[in-house]
Design a protein around this ligand. Sequence first.
Ligand code: NAP
Length: 330
Amino acid sequence: MKAIQYQAYGSYQENRVVDVERPQPKDGEVLVEMRAVGINPLDNTFRAGHIYFSTPDNLPRIGGQTGVGVVVESRSSDFNAGDRVFVRGQGLGLVADGTWREYVTTPAAGLAHVPEDLDDNRAAAFLAGAGYLSGYLALTEIAKFKPGQTVLAPAIGSAVGMETVQIARRLGASLVISTASTTEKAERARADGYEHVIDLSRENLKDGVLRITGGKGVDIVVDGVSGKLTGQALASLAFGGTVVVVGYAGGREAEVSITDIIWKGATIRGFTFRLFAPETIAAANKAILGYLKEGALQPTIDQVFPLTEAAEAVRYLIEDRPYGRVILQV
Ligand SMILES: NC(=O)c1ccc[n+]([C@@H]2O[C@H](COP(=O)([O-])OP(=O)(O)OC[C@H]3O[C@@H](n4cnc5c(N)ncnc54)[C@H](OP(=O)(O)O)[C@@H]3O)[C@@H](O)[C@H]2O)c1
């Protein structure tokens, strides 16, 4: 079967198309024929060799953390051949072979049934960037969000930005703000119903947030961009507010004003899945799947590539700043 495998840490070209053996399910496992799989910036960080588990003994590795497919053989009573399932699991595509291949075996515990009215690509988009899960956990577990609070999640085109905005709305935020780096992206987002999107080509983040909140600032920032935005995010906080630092698409280094931290009594928290017990993550997955079924979430796709074009698809996600998720069709 075809798979996308890294044989060395390095450039996008290390997303290599290879032929490998089809896996066999063990007791409690399920064999899934993959249909559509997501790309997450972490796939790129790992393959580039830029994270602590990018070690020589962790190669070769088949990439991909999540996806959707159809059960072809089940050795678990929870799933039957023909079931369409979400596939995910801790460490997939990173410290264990992942979803970017024609067939995957996985413990049944990592699977969930896909709602019937959700097509394969949108189902893959729901999991691709882990933005719904991250946004939910960042708001509820880290920032202790309460209905009526105000939330800023920069980069409306991104997984963390767009999906946190949707989660914050569902949880009852009184106001949800995001950003876009271009006027075109900001206008597209407004046309899609994201009312408060600051066009960073025309206004800086702090001025935009203070304009929209009548000078108050926001209670919670969930930030996947960082870099130059971190200082602005802190300056956009209301008194007693919290910044949850989720990612660094815009850079690993930041300049902040210490008085924004002191005078606002600010809390700055790092986000990593390692903070959460498996039961907490399972409960969060259940909650967001419920929101999806209610129609409260709108997984959004920018582009679908064939699996064999994984190298270009990953480059596109990282460099071209899409509006929505990038999916590989298997
Ligand atoms: N800690 C965790 O467990 C966790 C969980 C999920 C994600 N993450 C991390 O969070 C970050 C965001 O993930 P994502 O999936 O939301 O990313 P994404 O969909 O690829 O979007 C990133 C966005 O950041 C903005 N951006 C600003 N400056 C940029 C720059 N110099 N280069 C590229 N993009 C820039 C772009 O939007 P504009 O063009 O509108 O500015 C871009 O669309 C990544 O670092 C990811 O690894 C971490």
